[in-house]
Design a protein around this ligand. Sequence first.
Ligand code: FAD
Length: 415
Amino acid sequence: MFDFIMTEEQKKLRDEARAFTKWVPRELILEMDAEKIQFPHEYLKEAGRRNLLGTRIPKAYGGRGLKWVDAGIVGEEIGVASYSLACLHGVGADLVCDAIINFGSEELKQEIVVPLLKGELYAAEGLTEPRGGSDFFGTTTRAVKDGDDWILNGQKRFVVGAEGADWFLIYALTDPDAPAHQRLTAFMVPRIAGVESKYIYGLMGVRGGGAGRVILEDVRIPGRFALNGINGGFDVFLSMMIPERLGTSAMTVGSVRPALEIATQYTSKRKAFGQAIRNFQAVGFKVADSALQLDAMRSMVYSTCLAADSGQVSSGRVRRMVSQTKKFTSETAWEIVNNCMQVLGGIGYTDVYPIERILRDIRLSMIWVGTNEIMQSIIQTEWYKEYKQMSAAQETRDVEQDSRNADQIEEKVYE
Ligand SMILES: Cc1cc2nc3c(=O)[nH]c(=O)nc-3n(C[C@H](O)[C@H](O)[C@H](O)COP(=O)(O)OP(=O)(O)OC[C@H]3O[C@@H](n4cnc5c(N)ncnc54)[C@H](O)[C@@H]3O)c2cc1C
């Protein structure tokens, strides 16, 4: 995040997050990428020990009780060490804890949030199913009532941290005949009999974070493990989309930052035709554009964090801004890392520099927490709604009249 907008407290917070990122052992990053490690328990423990889990979660439960801007500052720094670590950092402490704080009982807050923010346990989110992730309402995992309990059956896939999770936030169908928004429930499911995780994917990047399949077979849980009550899953889903996508945007800024730093150093030292290659515009301009794009990503994350923090911006507009930010940061990061790889020439394509890992890791940002096509769809829906309201309220100048033949009504044919 930009240092010139930070308060002294925020600078201290950034420095704490930076110190933690410096602490991350190089071997941990390499062994996760090589899949020698499938779940980095010690990383989460250390984050908890430093009170760097749950920036926005109330202090009473072990968080920092801060705002979105602060979470954006931490998120950027956390992203620097590795995207895989940042995914794990975000899913448990930010997404799942947020859902429990907003929709869970005091008992669940004490049982899950408090130890999770100490890094003592981990909670994953299981929304995506083998039959699809974009179509949330098409969820087929079923929960059937049995006395005071619910029996769950189904499968979730691509669950980050499935291997190490002690709890899973699972969306399940509880009233199949109800309208789409009232048929699903978000359950907190402990790792008990009937819950099995399988680490089965050969991922392109973000390796070592335990992403796997979760199989639920006759899992019996009490109704009090439902967040927001039975059939209240849609509101939980809707609220989680903010931390999922805004958190992803912030950490994506941090994760691509090292690519720019490496490209800047390399192009200053590397010589061709008797001079440093940064002097060739084709090279220097790629680095310049990357610096510009990184700041544009930051600006967008910052303004969306402000919108989310303000409490003054309509939920539809926040949803549009968050979706725009997720789409923009993920696509821009991809362009940055690609250009940074290009200016390193052949060596950029090897594991002598980490750019190839960053490129593999960052590609996920366009797919997970809702694909960028789904982001476009949300932006489209919300923008048209907003514009309709704006034009109905006649808030702005009627720009359509600012042309020579604006009054040629018969030429304005729409059907
Ligand atoms: C490494 C990794 C980690 C992940 N972590 C998690 C996790 O922790 N928890 C979790 O629940 N999920 C997780 N996911 C799943 C991820 O969020 C989904 O893969 C993603 O939402 C897309 O779902 P899908 O793969 O089923 O693709 P589909 O939904 O089948 O989509 C396929 C294609 O169709 C497009 N498409 C679908 N519907 C529409 C539409 N209406 N309009 C336009 N285009 C459309 C999509 O954009 C996409 O391009 C993870 C995925 C990966 C790869």
